[in-house]
Design a protein around this ligand. Structure first.
Ligand code: MN
Length: 459
């Protein structure tokens, strides 16, 4: 079916203008005023007067079916995809753990079998944790196959790598045009403070932030920037959580280095006082990096406004409270990760655009356009333009929603944002010319979501 989205404010990083959008055969055919006059009978008209039309959101950092501390995260390609679409996101990039003993390519093929029911478009970031000569030899072909980014962990994790391994990955990635996503930390710092807290009997959740102090993230950020510079590789810091790490990125960018970064809504809106909540409630907020002191939030908002950070991702990795998070008695036993795929875009709109911290254009840049550009999806995705995929949302700035598990589609029994009032919400989500969510109701179909191979790094 053809669609005409009529009279909305079509928005990009450059600004907005009122226009009609004609969608046919999955792509945008025309964007202009008064296209309605040329319509044939088969076209469905979607009135959008008084509403924004945004490019479909791109969430560059999610985990579907991830493992943490013996638990598997609660959303898969179906429930997580429906949640993404309901919250205005039409493309996600999932993190794929490397499996020892099999090639990266085979591991990615197997992961894609899990995505056969996908309801939104997806791509994959391969995590590299076992850095052998065989794996390094395989990287160029992986990158050429459309997995044009690699993820590494520097902090404490069963996937952490050392500086020797990091340098060898950075060198190959830089040569073949793949940015390396870096989860910055310092595993020795984290192990040291964790051991000390446990020895002192301080294993309760309220001590969790002390086990992963800001300084570990800051040092890992500094180190990765300098190692990447040595071999000329573009890097991207995931989940930047504090002002000092942000300063490292700002200094590197001012020196002209290809250094980028994201933060996540939970670091912008929540703080470490949550770890002092009673009755196991604190467990709901265990995530890595930990929520930081409230004073860091304004610094992160400022980094989004000035462009030191380019992207807001969810780092969606939800564990249920009942039967998962609530079972942990010490901070080491609680699976780490928060839900966020469905609320990323709407929280950033309400608390960024709605408070005047972000312009509308900057908002679209952070949730769609820049992730598309940095991760090789542009111009097919990330911008409303003739010839691009018809991935879009009609967004009503007056729609009011109070967040609770009941209004969300995520397969999870709590929301870290429960009770927050949002003003502005998507009322329709379209993926490649098909309406997949309308007024919160999923109308798409299993398996409609496609794997999107990505181009190499061009920013
Ligand atoms: Mn993550």
């Amino acid at each position: 079916m053809d669609y005409l989205i009529r009279g909305g404010l079509v928005t990009s990083s450059a600004g907005q203008f009122a226009a009609d959008i004609h969608v046919s055969q999955g792509v945008i055919k025309a964007i202009d005023r008064n296209l309605a006059a040329e319509l044939t009978g088969k076209t469905r008209i979607i009135p959008a007067e008084g509403k924004y039309v945004f490019p479909g959101g791109i969430d560059a950092h999610v985990h579907f079916g991830a493992n943490s501390r013996g638990f598997t995260s609660a959303d898969d390609y179906v429930s997580g995809g429906v949640a993404a679409a309901a919250g205005g996101t039409t493309t996600i990039i999932d993190m794929v753990p490397q499996r020892r003993g099999i090639s990266l390519g085979k591991g990615l093929d197997q992961w894609r079998e899990k995505a056969c029911d996908a309801v939104v478009d997806y791509s994959l970031h391969p995590i590299v944790s076992d850095v052998t000569p065989v794996v390094l030899d395989e990287l160029p072909s992986i990158i050429a196959d459309g997995y044009s980014s690699l993820k590494v962990f520097l902090g404490t994790n069963d996937k952490q790598i050392d500086d020797y391994a990091l340098l060898s990955i950075l060198e190959v990635a830089g040569k073949f045009g793949a940015p390396v996503l870096i989860s910055a930390g310092n595993s020795r710092v984290e192990k040291y403070f964790t051991a000390r807290l446990i020895k002192d009997g301080k294993s309760a959740v309220e001590y969790f932030p002390r086990s992963r102090p800001n300084a570990g993230e800051v040092e890992g950020t500094f180190r990765a920037i300098h190692l990447a510079e040595l071999v000329g590789a573009p890097i991207y810091f995931t989940h930047v959580s504090c002002g000092e790490a942000l300063e490292q990125i700002a200094v590197a960018r001012a020196r002209g280095l290809s250094v980028f970064g994201e933060t996540c809504p939970h670091y912008l809106l929540l703080s470490s006082d949550r770890y002092r909540l009673p009755n196991l409630e604190a467990a709901k907020f265990v995530v890595n990096p930990p929520l930081r002191e409230a004073c860091e939030q304004a610094k992160l908002w400022s980094g989004l406004g000035t462009g030191v950070l380019q992207v807001v991702s969810s780092d969606h990795c939800p564990f249920k409270f009942a039967g998962q998070k609530a079972l942990g008695r010490t901070f080491e036993e609680i699976p780490t990760g928060l839900p966020g795929i469905e609320t990323r875009l709407t929280l950033l709109y309400s608390f960024g655009v709605g408070t005047g911290k972000l312009s509308l254009g900057r908002f679209v840049d952070l949730v769609a356009e820049m992730p598309a550009k940095l991760f090789g999806l542009y111009p097919k995705k990330g911008k409303l333009a003739v010839g691009a995929d018809a991935d879009l949302i009609v967004f009503d700035p007056e729609e009011r929603v109070e967040l609770s598990p009941a209004v969300l589609h995520q397969n999870i029994d709590y929301s870290p944002y429960e009770g927050l009032e949002l003003r502005g919400y998507p009322v329709l989500t379209m993926l490649r010319g098909e309406v997949i969510v309308e007024r919160g109701k999923f109308l798409g179909r299993l398996g409609y979501g496609r794997f999107v191979p990505r181009n190499t790094f061009q920013v």
